[in-house]
Design a protein around this ligand. Structure first.
Ligand code: PHE
Length: 375
């Protein structure tokens, strides 16, 4: 008798448990909410949350609300592996959004691939990321394009001849982008005067900058993340280097000008989006974002929003909400009108999109030009 009561109780609990999770769609997110790249994770989370709140307010998908479970990886590769494992095995998510940094997406995506849970990175641009497997997608362009974009801008628009490179050797993104830039800039007739390394976490770059200064380059290409780039800009000016710096999307943070102050003004970087776009889709997004958070969205927020929207529309189209059905629909994404441009995923699960070049002017990144992919 006791056994029967216990069994009934247990099955009751089981049913309650099931109904609860059956009522919602569990989506995971991992990102750097703390650490040296905290603005990447925080901005991305704001974009993702906005997309999810918007769909939930309209009643959700197939009558179910999305529950977003966000875990902080503190900007560490090993932690990224841990939290993605937890999202999949304990939180039972049907899809994962993240990371920003290519090294961390590369570290954690094999887990999603192994468990056959679709993962969309909003903004990891290193080409290796989506090669991990058929469950790994991105809604951004890749670095062979991003590196070409800055080489072309340096050579054709700025008419530069001699550029030095300062790369973060421990960062897959930085190394990849530096390599492409060097190869393309040389092909366009330019010269790389020096190619020197640092490591994320370094605070003193005087030795490298002194070496760079001795070759008198027209500009210094620093495809790193904002914390080090801000310090590098300051120390370059302290050493009397007047040449502008150039970089990639990793510069996109409100902290860049807080750290670099006047020293970073006038420098250029490539990015996914500009808040100065006159496109009504973009301006409407910015307005809604400002209403919600009281600030202008940066590129990461825009990419987070688009990644979540691509997932949401795939879930809407899918016959059911199993990870396999969701994966298959993500793969079919075509001509999706995002706030960062039109998104079509190719056979490598990458998006092919234009890039913008912006110039740092205090807290604003002034739009300079758009560079389209070559057909
Ligand atoms: N593209 C960078 C990477 O792959 C991450 C990044 C994207 C940083 C957008 C800032 C803005 O590591």
């Amino acid at each position: 008798m006791k056994k029967q009561i216990l069994a009934a109780l247990l099955s009751g609990l089981f049913v309650v448990g099931c109904t609860k999770s059956g009522d919602e769609i569990r989506v995971g997110e991992f990102g750097s909410l703390t650490g040296n790249e905290a603005t990447f994770g925080i901005s991305t989370n704001k974009g993702i949350r906005m997309a999810i709140d918007e769909v939930n307010e309209k009643g959700g998908i197939k009558g179910k609300k999305i529950k977003l479970i966000t875990l902080d990886d503190q900007g560490k590769d090993t932690e990224a592996v841990q939290v993605v494992t937890r999202l999949i095995t304990q939180e039972k998510v049907v899809a994962v959004l993240g990371e920003v940094a290519s090294s961390r997406t590369k570290a954690a995506a094999p887990i999603a691939q192994e468990y056959k849970i679709p993962l969309i990175t909003p903004s990891s641009t290193n080409p290796e990321v989506t090669k991990i497997g058929d469950h790994v997608f991105r809604v951004c362009f890749i670095d062979p394009f991003q590196g070409y974009v800055m080489a072309k801008f340096a050579s054709e628009n700025l008419k530069l001849k001699k550029v030095a490179i300062l790369r973060d050797v421990k960062n897959d993104y930085s190394v990849g982008l530096a390599d492409v830039f060097a190869a393309d800039f040389k092909k366009m007739g330019g010269e790389i005067t020096s190619d020197i390394s640092y490591q994320a976490g370094d605070v003193d770059f005087k030795a490298q900058l002194t070496q760079i200064r001795s070759k008198n380059p027209d500009a210094i290409y620093v495809p790193g993340y904002y914390t080090e780039v801000g310090l590098i800009a300051k120390q370059a000016r302290d050493l009397g280097i007047k040449a502008p710096l150039m970089g990639g999307d990793g510069w996109d943070s409100s902290k860049l000008s807080e750290i670099g102050k006047d020293a970073i003004n006038g420098s250029y970087f490539s990015n996914h989006y500009t808040s100065e776009s006159t496109d009504p889709v973009v301006q409407d997004f910015i307005k809604r974002f400002k209403d919600k958070y009281g600030e202008t969205p940066d590129g990461l927020a825009a990419m987070g929003y688009d990644a979540a929207k691509v997932l949401i529309t795939a879930m809407e189209r899918a016959p059911d909400l199993n990870p396999k059905s969701i994966r298959d629909e993500i793969a079919k994404t075509k001509d999706f009108v995002g706030v960062t441009g039109k998104i079509t995923l190719n056979e490598n699960r990458d998006a092919v999109k234009s890039a913008v070049i912006v110039q740092v002017q205090g807290a604003t990144n002034k739009y300079v030009t758009t560079i389209n992919p070559t057909p």
